[in-house]
Design a protein around this ligand. Structure first.
Ligand code: ADP
Ligand code: MG
Length: 313
């Protein structure tokens, strides 16, 4: 099982669209994919479930919020019990050996960051506070190590656009980080800052691991950057428009985060409907158009970097 966090400090850069569609393409290639919605905005969840369905079937006891709540309160809810199989997309996938499952989010996740932060401060000894830090930050990683998740080839985590504790648990749980970005000033501005914050978290976590608190077994982390994927790229006469081309070149030349070869163009005809059909755009198209080819290329690039291959090629 490979775990990838999809993140960027900026909202509206295509994180959720990319998570849903990359997951869908991987599932259509025969992989068993789990999507984890860690954004209180719940957009990924609503790409697969209607609001009514979520309210009636998921909201009160099958969202990631209940799991973080149970971590905070010391109750025992299994992450595996929160996994749901959205019907509409899996109906489309019925002839593939792949599957697309989801752990849904909840608007109340917004409060969890503060509650987790309060727990972090609750210890009086240095060893105690290091252990608390490691326990809290490792909670998602530990939960994903449950046997139940051995069934999955790929877990994609759609992170909130911040660096709160919930996002940090996703980074600790992830082997790789994928960063969707628009090719403009504001979207590319924060990339090195993001990389710096991730490096800071890794360093603190591993420092504490190496100072061996008196109980517990902790392993160091080493999440890598798969890279930046430029999304909503504007193409004119088969070429990236000049202003965006400059931002892409600038990031490729100067950022510490590598840039992936694949790009996703701007296409309101594919992505304009905000997901109400319950099936990501890449599973709704007939035949191969430019955007389908781009997502195929992105899947090739990402899956080969993760040493995963589907059965369809
Ligand atoms: N390649 C694209 N072309 C056109 N619109 C897109 C594309 N990718 C995403 N969008 C749209 O842009 C908006 C923001 O995308 P979203 O994936 O929700 O971003 P984020 O999760 O980073 O906030 C959504 O309305 C989405 O449908
Ligand atoms: Mg989103």
């Amino acid at each position: 099982m490979r775990v990838v966090a999809v993140m960027n400090y900026k909202g509206g850069v295509g994180k959720t669209t990319l998570t849903a569609n990359l997951g869908a393409v991987a599932a259509a290639r025969g992989l068993r994919v789990l999507l984890l919605d860690l954004d209180p905005q719940t957009n990924l969840t609503f790409s697969f479930f209607t609001v009514d369905d979520w309210q009636n079937r998921l909201k009160d006891n099958r969202t990631i919020k209940q799991w973080y709540d149970s971590e905070i309160l010391g109750r025992d809810i299994s992450l595996a019990d929160l996994v749901v199989t959205p019907e509409r997309v899996n109906h489309v996938l019925r002839n593939s050996t792949g599957r697309l499952d989801l752990i849904s989010s909840h608007l109340g996740l917004i409060d969890i960051d503060l509650e987790l932060a309060a727990l972090l401060g609750g210890s009086t000894t240095l060893d105690g506070s290091k252990r608390k830090f490691l326990d809290l930050h490792s909670c998602l990683r530990d939960a994903l190590e449950d046997n139940h998740f051995d069934d999955y080839d790929l877990v994609l985590i759609d992170c909130a656009p911040n660096f709160g504790l919930v996002t940090k648990t996703a980074i600790v749980a992830s082997e790789q980080i994928l960063v969707p970005a628009k090719a403009d000033y504001l979207s590319t501005l924060g990339l090195d800052y993001l990389a710096g914050n991730c490096a800071g978290l890794v360093q603190q976590f591993n420092d504490y691991v190496n100072h061996k608190p008196d109980s517990g077994t902790y392993r160091p982390i080493d999440p890598g950057f798969l890279g930046v994927v430029f999304t909503m790229v504007q193409i004119y006469s088969q070429q990236v428009v000049l202003a965006q081309h400059r931002y892409i070149e600038e990031v490729a030349a100067n950022s510490v985060v590598p840039v992936l070869k694949s790009r996703i163009r701007n296409s309101s005809s594919h992505f304009g409907d905000a997901g109400e059909s319950g099936v990501p755009a890449m599973l709704r198209t007939n035949g191969k158009d430019d955007v389908v080819r781009e997502f195929d290329q992105l899947a090739d690039e990402v899956l080969s970097a993760l040493a995963l291959s589907g059965d369809r090629r």
